[in-house]
Design a protein around this ligand. Sequence first.
Ligand SMILES: Cc1cc2nc3c(=O)[nH]c(=O)nc-3n(C[C@H](O)[C@H](O)[C@H](O)COP(=O)(O)OP(=O)(O)OC[C@H]3O[C@@H](n4cnc5c(N)ncnc54)[C@H](O)[C@@H]3O)c2cc1C
Length: 340
Amino acid sequence: MQSFALIRPHTLAAARQRVLANPEQRLLRAGGLDLLDRMKEGLETPDELVELSSLQGELGQQLRALESTATGLTIGALVTLAQLAQLAQHDDLNTRNIGHAALRQAAASAATPGIRNLATLGGNLLQRPRCWYFRSADLHCLKKGGSACLAITGENKYHAILGGGPSFIVHPSTLASALLALDARVEIAGETTRIIPIAELFVSPKTDPKREHILAPGELLTRVLLPAPGPAARSAYAVAKEKQSHDWPLAEAVVNLSLEAGVIKSVRVVLGHVAPVPWRSAEAEAALTGQKPGAALFARAAAAALAPARPLKHNAYKIPLAQGLLREALHRAADLPLPE
Ligand SMILES: Cc1cc2nc3c(=O)[nH]c(=O)nc-3n(C[C@H](O)[C@H](O)[C@H](O)COP(=O)(O)OP(=O)(O)OC[C@H]3O[C@@H](n4cnc5c(N)ncnc54)[C@H](O)[C@@H]3O)c2cc1C
């Protein structure tokens, strides 16, 4: 690995100045897990890493804060996955976090306890894909300026079945799927500060195959804002992996629903690790809205969610897998027993 300097700025202006002086060579570091992997893999050769944990003042506090108010939950970008996994134990949140359960479950499922202690919310959302063609410095895939996605004709067991093309990566972030289902917004600080729906953070390869998010060099993701769940809101996260720990998901499903008078009044359905962006299923949501929850309805919604799937040679198994996960998440969110 090439040697680099670790810069510890105290202000946003100083951090931006370092990065903007040479955007190709200067990278922000949060927990550093994904970043150091990319450096060891030879994908990045920065001359400076700009340490986010050194930021001070109001911004420094915001980056670390996990605050619950009447209007919702505000989570700083440096809050770790371990902290999110313990949301239920947070004093303020005990009584109102059933609606945010999917976020807690997603954070608790990711990676390993050791990784969760270091990995941050911001770094998790902005980590680069795990595709083995992208991660190999020797291969010139589409994401690195090549002419084609090598997964199309190659080993594509872990790749996209929905929304793929021209690149077939799957979005790597577990928290992204949960936060999209929970209708999160993200705050971005740069020359100005803006707040956008989290769906607008992600970039489809159809728009630009080289990037996964809209942040410009020197921009910081500072906070994630979650609306307070309604009294009848319930959410759930379900995942399948090859190994129970130290592994990435094969597929994920997140459901956030509200019941009223025995029917589903509103619902958001998101699938993870099946598409290049966290995949909101309009088909499943349409099938569920206004209906009485139950196993037959959930099976129909799961079939509808995967109807647009276009698997590659080695990943058709993800269709029944994602359907089963969605059915599981729906049962858990609706508080119904899982069928045998
Ligand atoms: C064995 C293993 C299993 C894993 N399993 C999972 C899993 O199941 N689900 C999952 O989601 N992840 C999984 N991961 C990935 C892990 O969660 C991420 O690597 C980690 O969350 C990255 O966070 P970080 O704080 O270390 O980010 P960093 O590596 O510091 O940053 C990642 C990227 O984001 C940028 N960045 C970071 N923070 C900001 C910010 N606030 N503003 C602007 N840019 C920023 C950095 O410049 C960098 O490009 C796994 C990793 C391992 C090693």
